[in-house]
Ligand binder design. Structure first.
Ligand code: 5AD
Ligand code: SF4
Length: 437
């Protein structure tokens, strides 16, 4: 009889790709994917702890499984990822949800197969959280679920210790994969027909600083020179490590999308210093100038946090001013979330919720204005779109142009995985709507 798995993923692209690796392990064990938790023989929660709401979301969903587990005693529930990498949180989770069968962390994901086999033999809950041993994962066989897009890890972990961020504590020290392994993986993905490759790391620009043979710009150049019809993206870039060489490589290879995610976090120098970002707002603006000098049409996107401890009205205004100066193509905006164990969690002057709410609303309003303006620029233009999927609700295909804008359009036959020229007729907020030409 067929056995089914269902994976619930929280958080970033890194986690989405890790869930593909989990799916690969479950497929090897003979499980098939199913869209409904109710039908699954094993449910895996791949958690995130970067902000409190991501954690609460996971707790809520795991809590809802209690009834189902009471009815389906043989169903295995496994919880892994960044949340459970914190031993105290793993223990709390076990106490709160005793019906969870397997609890594992970020560094022992590839042992999930053994855990499941062991769990089938014994009744007891299995909790195993390992410290990072500095090894670089190779030979994973992800079950890719996002054709025509494929993600490729180039670095793991982070050494930056931004004072608000939990990632360095749950993902361990930064380590890079060997360039030859990355190039081999991309080559075979392109041969399999993947059309958009995204190189992934917490800070891709420091690839080469920790164990790799070449710097990031050289890696990017080599990957972009792989034969075949594909687009190349990378994320995330830390502004302190973003170099002129990298801007030149982006400009000189048409496979590399003119779209760079460059998180600024704040426009205030004192907040940036307290965040341990190791650049000032003017350093950031210089990097933007360099990028635009070589790649004038580059869409620059960012992450911004409001309500960091001690952020004054003047600091917040500096952020608004910087946003206006850079004119971001789009931005992810966050309210600061206090994370136990980080330096910022111990800072005095945590900002009250009402102030954070007002600031985030003001910032979102400004960012939305800019995003709409950037989208409107495409109206009347023909854009090249990589068709990703069919949106049944809209009755339209969907895909992105190289600048990352979502484009909806009608098509006669299945266009998924093809590059299509679309004439944009309308900008609907952020998204674009058009007709194939
Ligand atoms: N609170 C709010 N936002 C955070 N980020 C990271 N840690 C926190 C936190 N504690 C944001 C940063 C980062 C993005 C992935 O998440 O903006 O770039
Ligand atoms: Fe977190 Fe900073 Fe590392 Fe990004 S660079 S993962 S924000 S510590």
């Amino acid at each position: 009889m067929d056995k089914f798995y269902h994976i619930v993923t929280y958080g970033c692209q890194m986690n989405v790709h890790e869930s593909e690796k989990i799916a690969g392990i479950l497929s090897e064990l003979g499980y098939k994917s199913c869209p409904c938790m109710e039908d699954a023989d094993i449910v895996v929660f791949n958690t995130c702890c970067i902000r409190e709401n991501a954690e609460n979301h996971a707790y809520g969903n795991i809590g809802m499984l209690k009834k189902l587990k009471a009815k389906k005693r043989d169903m295995i529930i496994a919880v892994g990822g960044c949340l459970t990498q914190q031993i105290k949180k793993a223990d709390d989770l076990h106490e709160k949800f005793p019906y969870v069968d397997i609890i594992f962390g970020t560094h022992n994901l590839n042992k999930l197969k053994d855990y499941i086999e062991e769990k089938r033999k014994r009744k007891k809950v299995l909790i195993e959280i390992e410290e990072c041993d500095g090894t670089v994962s190779e030979g994973d066989k992800p079950f890719r679920t996002s054709y025509p897009n494929a993600w490729v890890n180039i670095t793991y972990g982070c050494n930056n210790f931004c004072s608000y961020c939990i990632v360095p504590y749950v993902r361990g020290r930064e380590r890079s994969r060997k360039s030859e392994n990355i190039i081999k993986e991309v080559r075979s993905l392109v041969a399999e027909g993947y059309k958009e490759i995204t190189l992934l790391g917490q800070n891709v620009n420091s690839y080469g600083n920790y164990g790799a043979d070449i710097p990031f710009y050289e890696l990017l150049d080599k990957v972009a020179k792989i034969e075949g019809d594909f687009r190349l993206r990378f994320m995330t870039s830390h502004p302190k490590d973003f170099s002129e060489e990298l801007a030149k490589v982006i400009a000189s290879n048409r496979k590399i999308c003119h779209c760079v995610h460059l998180p600024v976090q704040s426009g205030s120098d004192s907040v940036l210093a307290a965040m341990n970002r190791r650049y000032t707002s003017s350093d950031y603006l210089k990097k933007v100038d360099i990028l635009r000098k070589y790649v004038p049409d580059c869409a620059i996107t960012t992450d911004i946090i409001v309500g960091f401890p001690g952020e004054t009205e003047l600091d917040f205004n500096d952020t608004l001013e910087l946003v206006k100066k850079v004119d971001f193509a789009s931005a992810f905006t966050f309210v600061y979330s206090r994370r136990d164990g980080t330096v910022a969690a111990k800072m005095e002057n945590q900002i009250p919720e009402e102030i954070c709410k007002r600031r985030i609303m003001e910032l979102v309003e400004l960012v939305n204005q800019q995003t709409r303006k950037h989208s409107a620029k495409f109206v009347g233009q023909t854009v090249n779109v990589l068709c990703e999927d069919y949106d049944g609700k809209r009755g339209m295909y969907q895909g992105r142009n190289e600048y990352g804008r979502m484009v909806y359009f009608k098509g006669e036959c299945d266009l998924t995985g093809q590059f299509v020229n679309v004439r944009v007729e309308e900008a609907n907020g952020i998204a674009l709507i058009g007709k194939t030409v």
